[in-house]
Design a protein around this ligand. Structure first.
Ligand code: TTP
Ligand code: MG
Length: 365
């Protein structure tokens, strides 16, 4: 029995990440720096030991220097290293050049850092691998810098892919490769696994992705709380996060104003039913659901009340459920007489339901 991942995630996602970004730019602009260990940070001697390493070239990394390490410690590991203060204006200018290249392939770009972005190229007529190759070629031609790219059907896999063959590499992870790729990762490669969780996993005898995947969701929850769920899905290469290329909509709603004030509960409930019906259709079309339902009520004195109810999970996208929730909120706000000019229902804390139909099953060899 081979484990096999069945996914209906039809997206095509790239993660592009420049290699040793600040350091590479400085080496480009002063090739003498290529031969030495280069650390981008304030010199610990000038800053009384307070500097932190922003990044280091591969010469310095060989000596154990890495981002976020104290400059003092870096100096101990690499006493002959050259320390250079970061020049953010220069790095920002390069970042803009890179972004301009990305824009030629898709408008769906999520910029994560100056040197790093996710691209959703699902709608492009070109093959993902061709896009990856062209981007790398253009980045080199226009900035003389190398980058690494991961290509897959979700952000998690694309990111893991770009890290896989750093520097200057491309990794394509097709659906049939996912479980082996993930299985071969070290436990520390998983998102959210820091030094403490790594120790905990060691205690459980878990060192790689295959072993992680063998743990039940209950075991993971018991040991890692909410993180346990994320780890469970990561171990299966499943990730629903969208490439956040535009500000996400904050809420979806419908409202109605009335020419004559409503004074009977029966009328209110009828109006809520109409609003709920429209809203459910809208949510279904957009494949959205929400954790928070908001009800807006305005009376004939133009006094407005906004009340909401938040659930742990999403509200069902169902007319009756929405109508009942709205009515409950209304009844709570108006126990006796009222005179209503406007009613509205909306959902916020939205989530996307596009990519929720995946399953993992065993397939006979
Ligand atoms: P990264 O992409 O994490 O690192 P990198 O590009 O230097 O190296 P890699 O080849 O592994 O991708 O971050 C990009 C830039 O952001 C990095 O050059 C410096 C800066 N940075 C910090 O200032 N502090 C940090 O802790 C990290 C991780 C990065
Ligand atoms: Mg980088």
């Amino acid at each position: 029995m081979a484990e096999f991942l069945k996914t209906n995630d039809q997206r095509r996602i790239l993660h592009v990440d420049l290699d040793a970004f600040y350091a590479q730019i400085e080496m480009r602009d002063n090739p003498d720096l290529k031969k030495v260990a280069l650390i981008i940070s304030r010199d610990p001697q000038e800053s009384h030991g307070h500097g932190v390493v922003a990044t280091a070239n591969y010469e310095a990394r060989k000596l154990g220097v890495h981002s976020a390490m104290s400059a003092a410690q870096a100096k101990r590991l690499a006493p002959d290293a050259v320390f250079l203060r970061p020049n953010f204006d220069k790095y920002r200018a390069v970042s803009q050049q890179i972004q301009a290249i990305f824009k030629q392939y898709t408008k769906k770009i999520e910029r994560v850092a100056l040197d790093e972005a996710y691209l959703d190229v699902t709608d492009s007529p070109h093959r993902s691998t061709a896009i990856a190759a062209k981007i790398r070629h253009q980045v080199m031609a226009q900035t003389s810098l190398t980058c690494s790219v991961g290509v897959s059907h979700n952000k998690l896999l694309a990111k893991l892919g770009s890290e896989n063959h750093k520097p200057n590499g491309v990794t394509v992870i097709n659906p049939e490769d996912v479980l082996d790729f993930i299985g071969n990762l070290k436990i520390a490669d998983f998102r959210g696994v820091g030094a403490r969780s790594e120790e905990k996993f060691k205690g459980l005898g878990i060192e790689n992705g295959y072993q992680l995947r063998a743990l039940s969701i209950e075991t993971l929850r018991a040991n890692f709380g909410k993180m346990g769920d994320h780890l469970y899905w990561q171990a299966r290469g499943v990730h629903f996060g969208r490439v956040m290329w535009q500000r996400q909509r904050q809420s979806v709603g419908k409202e109605e104003t009335f020419d004559y004030p409503l004074r009977q509960r029966q009328q209110i409930s009828q109006e809520f039913k109409k609003l709920a019906t429209k809203l459910v259709t809208l949510l279904q079309n957009k494949q959205l659901s929400g954790r928070t339902i908001n009800v807006k009520i305005r009376d004939d004195q133009y006094r407005t009340i906004n009340r909401s109810l938040t659930k742990e999970g999403a509200w069902p996208v169902d007319v009756e459920a929405v109508q009942n929730a709205a009515q409950q909120i209304f009844d709570h706000a108006f126990e006796e007489e009222f005179s209503i000019r406007l009613l509205g229902i909306s959902f916020s804390n939205l989530q996307d339901n596009h990519y929720q139909n995946i399953s993992l099953f065993d397939q006979a060899d």
